[in-house]
Write a protein that binds this ligand. Structure first.
Ligand code: SAH
Ligand code: SF4
Length: 359
């Protein structure tokens, strides 16, 4: 398969430019167009000679995800459904940093991207795994989600528009740590000064708890933020809803987290979705608080988003609030997400599922 524009690096370009008899500085110009100016159409790269533009189109392919559906208005949470080169579909969600609660727009945005088509981990509550796992996304398809979102706004709002995405969270469809190599390649481009130039501290990787890969990530030269999808504070509860817990039980997972914290000198976050009658009992508060304190972690409580075809529900608001209160009283740093995006199927995997069923 030919090299893709959305995964070009200075090294790859250098070789080609030499072969084509072009000066090396053209490499910087090309990367600038692709990643910084975020231009998808080679003909728009106006400071490149026509001959070079032709060579670029001939020798490199473009794998920009194509938007097949978008939900949400421009100043709220928006969801993009993408079709990839082979017809597979994945999603990204764009979330304004300050929810436009009072009608004001915000220009700081977090983009949530997918890393796989489907998911093999089969968490019982999650839409992404319902149809199983199809394939890993390529590095260019991960970077491409970010670039396609920028192209969307550029074509809509004009080319002087500032970049939309300041933060990246790897919390879309799929288990990022199960596509480790492609993820690292993609994030190295997203992070690079010659690439999308988004700082590692603005990139959060969420995992259902693949302990060996967490140990690997601890050795990488990046300060990514790490979020652990815990969703159960005892093995008994967690194994019921997350099969991965049978392979890497909580203690094994926490040992890996400890390595990450030690190597990076950073805090990690526990994600905890509250599901009625499953993990919202007060019996989970004390063990969750213990883990959070041992690991100096923050806890994000997230009311469950219902999924078509699954019978799980979010607990009533007073149950959510008491769970939060229980953690706070034990001195844990915790927040409760008081929803955005519920109405647009913003939880991972839901939009794809809906469109595939329709279609
Ligand atoms: N596979 C990774 C990243 C993708 S899932 C992981 O599991 O962490 C991103 C987050 O969305 C996870 O915390 C996951 O548990 C959560 N999630 C999945 N389905 C959800 C739903 N229906 N409602 C709320 N959160 C959900
Ligand atoms: Fe996969 Fe994460 Fe969904 Fe579990 S929660 S099935 S790991 S995407």
């Amino acid at each position: 398969m030919s090299v893709c524009l959305q995964s070009l690096t200075p090294e790859i370009l250098q070789d080609h430019l030499k072969e084509w008899g072009e000066p090396a500085y053209r490499g910087g110009q090309i990367l600038d167009w692709i990643y910084r100016k975020r231009v998808g159409d080679i003909d728009e790269m106006s400071n490149l000679p026509k001959k070079l533009r032709e060579r670029l189109s001939q020798d490199f392919r473009s794998a920009l995800p194509e938007c097949v559906r978008k939900q949400g208005s421009d100043d709220t949470t928006q969801k993009f459904l993408w079709r990839l080169e082979d017809g597979a579909m994945v999603e990204s969600v764009l979330i304004p940093a300050n929810p436009a609660l009072y009608g004001e727009a915000s220009d700081r945005h977090t983009l949530c991207v997918s890393t796989q088509v489907g998911c093999a981990y089969g968490c019982k509550f999650c839409a992404s795994g319902l149809d199983g796992w199809k394939r890993n996304l390529l590095p260019e398809e991960i970077v491409g989600q970010l670039l396609s979102v920028e192209h969307y706004f550029r074509s809509k709002l004009g080319k002087d528009q500032d970049r939309k995405v300041n933060n990246l969270v790897i919390m879309g469809m799929g288990e990022p740590m199960a596509n480790y190599e492609h993820l690292m390649k993609a994030l190295s481009i997203v992070n690079a000064p010659w690439g999308c130039n988004i700082g590692a501290r603005k990139i959060t990787i969420s995992t259902s708890g693949l302990a060996p890969q967490i140990e690997l990530l601890a050795k990488e030269p990046y300060q990514f933020r790490l979020a652990i999808s815990l969703h159960g504070a005892t093995d008994e509860v967690r194994s019921q809803i997350m099969p991965v817990n049978r392979k890497y039980p909580i203690q094994v997972l926490m040992d890996a987290c400890q390595t990450y914290i030690r190597e990076k000198g950073k805090m990690i976050t526990f994600e905890y979705i509250l599901i009625e009658g499953v993990n919202d009992g007060m019996d989970q508060v004390a063990p969750l608080a213990d883990w959070a304190q041992k690991m100096h972690s923050k806890v994000n409580l997230i009311p469950y988003n219902s999924v078509d075809g699954l019978s799980w529900k979010r607990p009533a608001e007073d149950v959510q609030e008491s769970f939060l209160e229980g953690l706070l009283q034990r001195g844990v740093k915790a927040t409760l997400r008081r929803e955005k995006g519920h109405d647009i199927d913003a939880a991972c995997g839901q939009l794809r599922l809906k469109v595939e069923k329709e279609g």
